[in-house]
Design a protein around this ligand. Structure first.
Ligand code: CP
Length: 311
């Protein structure tokens, strides 16, 4: 792959997952592949897992890593033809070309505004870096996609499934803040390509982008949706139609041990205890959240390996 911006950049999903398993068994097997190569990681937003796991992954491949929190740097302008007489100090056209002189691979985290649907859907920040940097770009969660997380989620399901085609349910959960759609979008897209029986449950008004959901069944009755589930992936997202709005904080959608029944619990983290999911679920053996976070190293590593092999 040249860039890793969405699940669509994966051509052979099965072999990518197999390669990730192989790297997990022997993380240093390709420790010279990235020698003399530098990964620059740009963060427009906070991160714990993505930052540490991607750095881990790059170092396992022998790469050097430089990290910039963009809030510590000059405020960037993205609009073409703008008169920069307000608070932006540097245009992405220069910034991206400058960074590309220091990096062989660029990774970017830039969340959506959740106020300007069109700009968010256009992935202006990520696409600007792809356009002007001219080097491979890895998406560390953009306005609409979190493909490193989704790949780690699939690896985790593959590790834990006990039947060939498990039932996987993506369930909306309440949250006090407006959250992006990226995790849900990428999870749906990778599950649509995996050997699973996927369905989605959420309250009315929380329908995700129809271009992402496509034919995946959506069930508004959470209890019915969860029947016979093998894996339940819980995530909050704000309204897509009423863009970025919190329409409901209905606590009855919180995941509980009763609702989970015998399924395994998944969440990308960070998670708000006793709002999104009750303590008893997170603290049980049914929870896979720590394993998911551990697999972030190997989803990033398999992607970086793939990119380095084509440099
Ligand atoms: N799941 C995830 O992306 O975690 P961070 O926001 O901490 O990187």
């Amino acid at each position: 792959m040249k860039h890793y911006t969405s699940i669509q950049d994966i051509s052979e999903l099965d072999s990518l997952v197999k390669d990730a398993f192989s790297l997990k068994r022997n993380p240093r097997a390709f420790e010279t592949l990235g020698k003399g190569k530098t990964l620059v990681m740009l963060f427009f937003n906070a991160s714990l897992r993505t930052r540490l796991s991607t750095e881990n992954a790059a170092k396992n491949l022998g790469m050097d890593v430089q990290i910039l929190n963009v809030t510590d740097s000059w405020k960037l302008e993205f609009a073409d033809g703008s008169i920069m007489n307000a608070d932006t100090s540097e245009h992405v056209r220069e910034a991206a070309q400058v960074i590309a002189q220091y990096a062989d691979v660029l990774a970017v985290r830039a969340f959506p505004s959740l106020t300007d649907k069109q700009a968010d859907q256009q992935e202006m920040v990520l696409k600007s870096f792809i356009k002007y940097a001219g080097i491979p770009v890895v998406n560390m969660e953009s306005a609409t996609q979190h493909p490193l997380q989704a790949l780690a989620d699939l690896i985790t399901i593959e590790e834990n499934k006990t039947i060939k085609q498990p039932k996987v349910v993506l369930s909306w959960a309440p949250h006090p803040k407006a959250l992006p759609h990226a995790v849900a979008n990428s999870f749906i897209q990778i599950m649509q390509r995996a050997e699973v029986d996927l369905s989605i449950t959420h309250p009315e008004g929380y329908g995700l982008d129809p271009n992402i959901v496509q034919g995946t069944p959506v069930i508004y009755d959470q209890e019915k949706a969860l029947e016979q589930a093998d894996f339940v992936y819980v995530k909050n997202w704000s309204s897509f139609e009423n863009y970025g709005k919190v329409l409901s904080q209905d606590p009855s959608w919180m995941m509980t041990t009763d609702k989970l029944n015998h399924a395994r619990f998944m969440h990308c983290l960070p998670v708000r205890r006793n709002v999104v999911v009750e303590d008893a679920v997170l603290d049980s053996d049914q929870s896979l959240v720590i394993q998911q976070a551990g697999n972030r190293t190997f989803s990033a590593q398999v992607v970086l390996k793939n990119i380095l092999e084509k440099l």
